[in-house]
Ligand binder design. Structure first.
Ligand SMILES: [Zn+2]
Length: 376
């Protein structure tokens, strides 16, 4: 199944038949599949899949994506990125790790659970989007909203993103930091550097902003998270002449924040820091770039312990409960039920020669199978 998935060049948001592969696998197992194309909100249309089996008992949701990032220069790959070659103990190709493997392993585990009868003890759903790697506007968030409107309630969710650090099973993600990006524009007045009294220089103000933003700690961390952090990522004046005072400049920043903050309070913090800086006659304005990704953390529960036990039983390792790394679609699922990311080692994701050890595929399938057995 993984090979079939990799052979669909489903670079976001191109579906390239990839969801048909998943659907064709799930329908014979008794899943009702609904294809949901969402569009609008200033983004491109995206094809998504909602699959459900069972109507009573505990309800497990699996979350994943079948879209992949572009392969880059295909000449640089040892094996073509969409050929799914099996060689040297690996399956090679774009999405082999992030995260067509997660989808394939979960489907294989579900097939096991259907065969053994375990799946009949409860309900299993899958939300598979083809827009995780780019905007994530017409994907998981909208599918979940739709599912809630249909009356579906989930008890627990696993997202199959690569979550392990060094070896399979060494870490699971029970939360993620939030993220917000912003751009500050400082408008002054252009002029000759020999006549500064006739100009208003935005550059020292930009420097003061950079210093105040990155020099003020946001917090000292919280229970599950390290300290929130702001990075100034660019200061731009676009001025090539050393004897001209530029009219305006911009500064960009990104904050990764923990669960002490929400979109409102983090915006307030930004505004306060900007307000502390002397404008020296310039006009300072800031705007947010893209949406805020909320921070979330799933409280340690019996289900998380069950998953931890499954990882331990298969790999012999007790996974660390981690919250580091970037954002993922788990943040959308967190609004509906507890969610954990549990999957492969992510070393080669988004890289040339992305590949997965076939043995790891078997192991991850076993972890999911074991979990399904105990979850119900
Ligand atoms: Zn991913």
């Amino acid at each position: 199944m993984l090979k079939d998935l990799i052979r669909c060049p489903s670079v976001t948001p191109r579906n390239a038949g990839v969801l048909d592969v998943v659907e064709a696998f799930l329908v014979p197992l008794g899943f009702a599949c609904t294809r949901l194309v969402f569009e609008g909100d200033s983004s491109y249309p995206v094809d998504n899949l909602f699959a459900i089996r069972g109507t009573s008992g505990r309800h497990l949701l699996f979350g994943g994506h079948t879209d992949v990032v572009p392969p880059g220069n295909e000449q640089h790959w040892s094996h073509p990125p969409f050929a799914a070659d099996e060689a040297e103990g690996f399956i090679w190709g774009r999405g082999a790790v992030d995260m067509k493997s997660g989808v394939a392993c979960f489907c294989a585990a579900v097939a096991e659970a259907v065969k053994s009868g375990e799946a009949d003890k409860g309900a299993i759903s899958l939300v598979i989007t083809n827009d995780e790697e780019a905007d994530a506007i017409n994907g998981t968030a909208k599918v979940l909203k739709w599912a809630a409107e249909q009356g579906h309630r989930f008890d627990f969710s696993i997202v199959g993103e690569p979550s392990s650090a060094e070896v399979l099973g060494d870490s699971m993600k029970i939360g993620r930091r939030g993220s917000i990006s912003g751009k500050i524009t400082v408008r002054g007045k252009q002029g000759h550097s020999a006549y500064p009294e006739r100009a208003i220089n935005p550059v020292p103000v930009l420097a003061a902003l950079a210093s105040n933003l990155s020099g003020t700690p946001l917090d000292e961390g919280s229970g599950e998270f390290g300290a929130s952090n702001l990075e100034v990522t660019s200061i731009d004046v676009g001025n090539g002449a050393s004897n001209v005072i530029a009219a305006e400049g911009t500064l960009m920043f990104n904050i990764r924040f923990n669960d002490k903050w929400d979109p409102h309070s983090i915006r307030q913090w930004i505004e306060n820091r900007i307000g502390e800086v002397d404008s020296h006659g310039t006009d300072i304005a800031w705007e947010q770039i893209a949406a805020v990704a909320r921070s979330f953390v799933s409280p340690v529960s019996e289900d998380i312990e069950t998953l931890r036990d499954a990882v331990r039983a298969v790999t012999g390792i007790s996974p660390e409960m981690a919250t580091f790394g970037g954002t993922s679609d788990a943040r959308f699922i967190a609004e509906y039920c507890p969610v954990v990311e549990c999957g492969l080692v992510g070393t080669t994701m988004h890289q040339v020669d992305e590949r997965v050890e076939t043995e790891q595929l078997q192991q991850l399938t076993k972890i999911y199978t074991q979990f399904l057995r105990n979850f119900f």
